[in-house]
Design a binder for this molecule. Structure first.
Ligand SMILES: [Zn+2]
Ligand SMILES: [Zn+2]
Length: 357
């Protein structure tokens, strides 16, 4: 079983597209929030030549800064099909006009890609059209952005009062991934595909002047303390860019990860694993059904734990830290944990599936 857990965020913007802070500033925010790595994804531009390691002032902490891009066809209105592209080593925005070609080129380059905010929210108040994924006919993408923190905020902007309230205290509103996204994820994985789920900030640190107020809403550091992706890896980062980036991209590709929302309580330490007759598996892995598979869940604080098979809840624990289940059927098993926070049950931890074949 992997011993190391890396905390990272794979979706954010700088002034190279529509964000406010440059890489060095974002890196400091990531260090302050305790992240191990970030992948900066500006719209339709792969920014190269960024120093990979950034250090805290006392040099005791370090974050790895990698760059990918968020590619979309700018001629499409309303906007749709935002694709997060990682580890291609080359600019692919020129392929944006054809989503399947774009994905094929990502794969040809040895990279990987995730559909961003596939089920986005709309807001009449801020005149925001949802930027959904519409091309479900394409093949070859690696995963979905299951939880996009900024997209969820849009859901809360129903009135001027609510927009101001939740911009100041998003915790009062943020409740979990879009249920339509989870449903789609379950559909895709139940059909036999391996689809990796990740969680992101989509940070822009936007300066907003509206309703007589002017402020930076959702600064990078606040968002990096919210929804992140936790990778489980066999060794830690060692400061060698080649070694470290390979480790991170392999874990992302394999789905050896879970999504955690740390505002209610730290999610570090969550584990979901399977033990079969002939071997063991962690999130993202496949395992043979054989005579039975034992699934083990451990969450770092008391929560409502739900085990799902092909999208349906098959086991549940209330106010508990552990769940054990003997699976006697093949299927796609994943875990959700909900926690009470600020007067409401909040989505807290979402695992990648274990695929029992
Ligand atoms: Zn986007
Ligand atoms: Zn974005």
């Amino acid at each position: 079983m992997p011993l190391h857990e890396l905390l990272g965020n794979q979706h954010m913007h700088t002034p190279y597209s529509d964000g406010e802070g440059y890489h060095a500033e974002i890196a400091q925010a990531a260090i302050n929030a305790g992240l191990d790595y970030i992948i900066v994804t500006d719209h339709n531009i792969l920014v190269e030549g960024i120093a990979p390691y950034h250090f805290s002032e006392d040099k005791k902490k370090r974050v790895l800064v990698m760059t990918g891009e968020e590619v979309h066809d700018t001629s499409l209105l309303p906007q749709s099909n935002h694709l997060l592209v990682y580890n291609t080593g080359r600019e692919l925005a020129a392929c944006a006009y054809d989503t399947q070609l774009l994905i094929d080129e990502v794969n040809r380059s040895g990279g990987m890609c995730f559909c961003a905010h596939p089920f986005d929210y709309t807001s009449k108040l801020i005149d925001y059209e949802p930027i959904n994924w519409r091309r479900w006919d394409v093949k070859g993408f690696h995963g979905l952005e299951i939880w996009n923190y900024m997209s969820e905020f849009v859901r809360l902007t129903t009135t001027v009062q609510n927009a101001i309230k939740y911009a100041r205290q998003p915790d009062l509103g943020i409740a979990g991934p879009n249920p339509d996204t989870l449903k789609k994820w379950d559909e895709l994985t139940a059909s036999g595909l391996k689809i990796v789920g990740i969680g992101n900030s989509d940070a822009h640190a936007t300066k907003v002047t509206k309703f007589g107020h002017s402020a930076v809403i959702f600064p990078y550091e606040m968002l990096f303390r919210a929804v992140n992706t936790h990778l489980l890896v066999n060794e830690g980062l060692n400061g060698d860019i080649d070694h470290d980036s390979k480790l991170i991209y392999a874990a992302l590709r394999d789905g050896h990860c879970f999504i955690g929302y740390d505002h209610p309580a730290p999610t570090r330490g969550f584990r979901f694993s399977a033990q079969g007759e002939k071997g063991a598996a962690i999130m993202g892995d496949e395992i043979n059904m054989g005579a039975g598979v034992t699934l083990q869940v451990s969450v770092p604080a008391k929560a409502e734990i739900r085990l799902l098979r092909n999208g349906s809840v098959i086991a549940k624990r209330d106010a508990d830290t552990h769940l054990m289940h003997i699976a006697d059927k093949p299927g796609v098993y994943r875990l959700e944990a909900y926690i009470d926070f600020k007067g409401q049950k909040r989505g807290w931890i979402f695992s990648n599936p274990i695929y029992i074949r």
